[in-house]
Ligand binder design. Structure first.
Ligand SMILES: NC(=O)c1ccc[n+]([C@@H]2O[C@H](COP(=O)([O-])OP(=O)(O)OC[C@H]3O[C@@H](n4cnc5c(N)ncnc54)[C@H](OP(=O)(O)O)[C@@H]3O)[C@@H](O)[C@H]2O)c1
Length: 262
C-alpha cells in the first residue's frame, strides 16, 4: 500500500523516547522529513542521529519544553525555515503523575493542563496557518485510553485528556474545509519507560511486584499482552496518510481491546 507520505514534513513532539520516538522513526521509514523535540538535548540528538542514519532520513531536532508556548512557536518557525513547510503534526508530552483526586495538588492540575492540553493548543495554533496555505495537513494528538475509559489513580489524565478530545473534534470541524484532518490516538498499556514508572508507583501503593502489575495489565487486555510502541506509531502514520483521507475528528484506541465499552 502506498501511503503517499514520501517527503512530507512530520513534526513529532516529545519524541526522544517511547511513543514519540517510535512515531518519528515510523515516519522516517516512510520517507518523511522529520522534526523532533524533547527537553533533554543529549538524548534527543542521539535519537535524531540514530533515526537519520537508520532510514537515511532528514531529521531536524531541537530541545525545549512543549509547555512553553514561545518555544513551540520558535520551533515550528525553525522547522518551516529548515524544511520549507509542515504537513503533519503529532502532539505528545510526558504523562501526568499517577494520583487519586485528594492527592493531586493544584500545581499538579496546572501542570497537567499546561503539558497535556495547552501544549496541543500551542502546536495547533502554529501549524494550522501553514497547513491552510497548502490546503493539506494532518494533526494527530497522542492521549490515552483514559479518553474513553477513566483509569484508577489517573485522575489528572482522565480529566485533562478529555479536553484534548473536545479540541480535536472542534479543529476537525473548523478546518476540514482547508484539507486539514485532525484525529486523536489513545494508547492502552504500551511498553515504554512511562509504563515502567506507572508500574513502579502502583507497586509501591499495592505491595505487588512490578512484574505482577505488568501481568495484570496484560490480563485486562483481550490480546493478553501490553502493546509495542511501533503498533501505535504505525496507526499514526496510517492516519496521517493519503489512505486515511476521509477520517477526521475521531479517537482511535490502540489498546489491544482493553477498552470495555462498545
Ligand atoms: N506508554 C503507555 O502505556 C501510555 C498509555 C497511555 C498514554 N500514554 C501517554 O503517552 C504519552 C507518551 O508516553 P510514553 O510512554 O512514550 O512516555 P515516555 O517513555 O516517558 O517518553 C516521554 C517523551 O516525552 C518527552 N517529554 C516529556 N515531557 C516533555 C516536555 N515537557 N517537553 C518536551 N518533551 C517532553 C521525553 O523526553 P524529555 O524527558 O527529555 O523531555 C520523552 O522523549 C504520555 O503522555 C503518556 O501518559 C502512554
Amino acid at each position: 500500500m502506498d501511503l503517499g507520505l514520501k517527503n512530507r514534513v512530520a513534526v513529532v513532539a516529545a519524541s526522544s523516547q517511547g511513543l514519540g520516538l517510535a512515531t518519528a522513526a515510523a515516519f522516517a521509514a516512510e520517507g518523511c522529513r522529520v522534526a523532533m523535540c524533547a527537553r533533554n538535548e543529549q538524548t534527543l540528538q542521539a535519537a535524531a542521529q540514530k533515526i537519520g542514519e537508520q532510514y537515511a532520513a532528514q531529521v531536524f531536532a531541537e530541545a525545549f519544553d512543549v509547555a512553553d508556548s514561545t518555544a513551540v512557536s520558535q520551533f515550528v518557525s525553525a522547522v518551516v525555515n529548515h524544511f520549507g513547510g509542515v504537513d503533519i503534526c503529532v502532539t505528545n508530552a510526558g504523562g501526568p503523575p499517577a494520583k487519586g483526586f485528594l492527592a493531586a495538588t493544584l500545581d499538579d492540575w496546572q501542570h497537567a493542563l499546561d503539558l497535556n492540553f495547552l501544549s496541543t493548543v500551542y502546536f495547533a495554533r502554529e501549524v494550522i496557518p501553514h497547513m491552510q496555505r497548502q490546503h493539506w495537513g494532518r494533526i494527530i494528538t497522542i492521549t490515552s485510553i483514559t479518553t474513553k475509559q477513566p483509569l484508577a489513580d489517573l485522575v489528572l489524565s482522565n480529566a485533562v485528556r478529555a479536553a484534548v478530545v473536545g479540541l480535536v473534534k472542534s479543529l476537525a470541524n473548523e478546518f476540514g474545509k482547508d484539507g486539514i484532518l485532525v484525529n486523536n490516538v489513545g494508547p492502552g498499556f504500551t511498553a515504554t519507560d512511562r509504563l515502567k514508572e506507572l508500574a513502579k508507583s502502583r507497586s509501591a501503593a499495592s505491595g505487588k511486584t512490578e512484574q505482577e502489575i505488568f501481568h495484570a495489565w496484560a490480563a485486562e487486555t483481550p490480546l493478553q499482552r501490553v502493546g509495542n510502541p511501533r503498533e501505535l506509531a504505525d496507526t499514526i502514520v496510517w492516519l496521517s496518510s493519503e489512505r486515511a483521507s476521509y477520517i477526521t475528528g475521531q479517537t482511535v484506541l490502540v489498546d489491544g481491546g482493553a477498552y470495555k465499552g462498545l
